[in-house]
Design a protein around this ligand. Structure first.
Ligand code: 5GP
Length: 207
């Protein structure tokens, strides 16, 4: 079978739901995913590396990237800008790799509008209390930032219907395997296999 163009996968979910851990485990376990590294104007957290976790930029640099059309999408989240660099996403999809964007909901909707075939997934906690505990226990943000992120979570909860599937992050391994299966299924969509179908159909007609 011919190599297909890669699938664009958007993974969103409330702050503290464990998206970062899910992505880390997914890429450890399966090597066919290209994880996009976003640009941001937020300050690095302890342990974060420029170019690996994010490309950390000043507001001026970020504005330049927008002006030069270097971002596929961007959004403001709790006072900082975040955006997806275009080149990496396009190159990797062209090479047939499935590209994962871990982005918030405004960005997700822009991606769906530009790439209607993108798969949109939303990671849910098993319940609200678990989310609050995870976010408060993370020790990477001030109480004010945690408060802002919890408020934002409530707003984002209203947009879940725009996504294709939810994933519940209760058991990490199960969640990662479900994510992998959902992406794998997309490769078998009829519309992604038209050349193969047409070839086999032609061969059968010659019987
Ligand atoms: P954090 O500051 O916790 O790393 O990220 C805050 C939020 O920004 C998360 O919901 C994360 O998914 C989202 N985010 C990260 N990168 C991007 C991006 O490139 N575009 C958009 N729209 N959101 C992003």
């Amino acid at each position: 079978m011919m190599k297909q163009r890669g699938i664009l996968v958007v993974v969103s979910g409330f702050s503290g739901v464990g998206k970062g851990t899910i992505m880390k485990r997914l890429t450890e376990k399966y090597d066919n995913y290209a994880l996009s590294v976003s640009a941001t104007t937020r300050d690095p957290r302890a342990g974060e590396t420029d170019g690996k976790d994010y490309f950390f930029h000043t507001a001026e640099e970020f504005q330049r990237m927008i002006a030069c059309d270097e971002l596929v999408e961007y959004a403001c989240y709790c006072g900082n800008y975040y955006g997806t660099p275009r080149k990496y996403v396009e190159d990797q999809m062209e090479r047939g790799r499935d590209v994962i964007l871990e982005i918030e909901i405004q960005g997700a909707l822009k991606i769906k509008a530009k790439y209607p075939d993108a798969l949109l997934l939303f990671v849910m906690p098993p319940d609200g209390e678990t989310l609050k505990k995870r976010l408060s226990g993370r020790n990477t943000e001030t109480p004010e930032v945690i408060e802002a992120r919890l408020k934002r979570a409530s707003a984002e909860a209203d947009g879940i219907e725009s996504y294709d599937y939810i994933l519940v992050n209760d058991d990490l391994e199960k969640c990662v395997d479900e994510l992998h299966s959902l992406i794998a299924c997309q490769h078998w969509q009829v519309k992604r296999n038209l050349d193969f179908i047409s070839r086999v159909r032609g061969q059968i007609k010659e019987f």
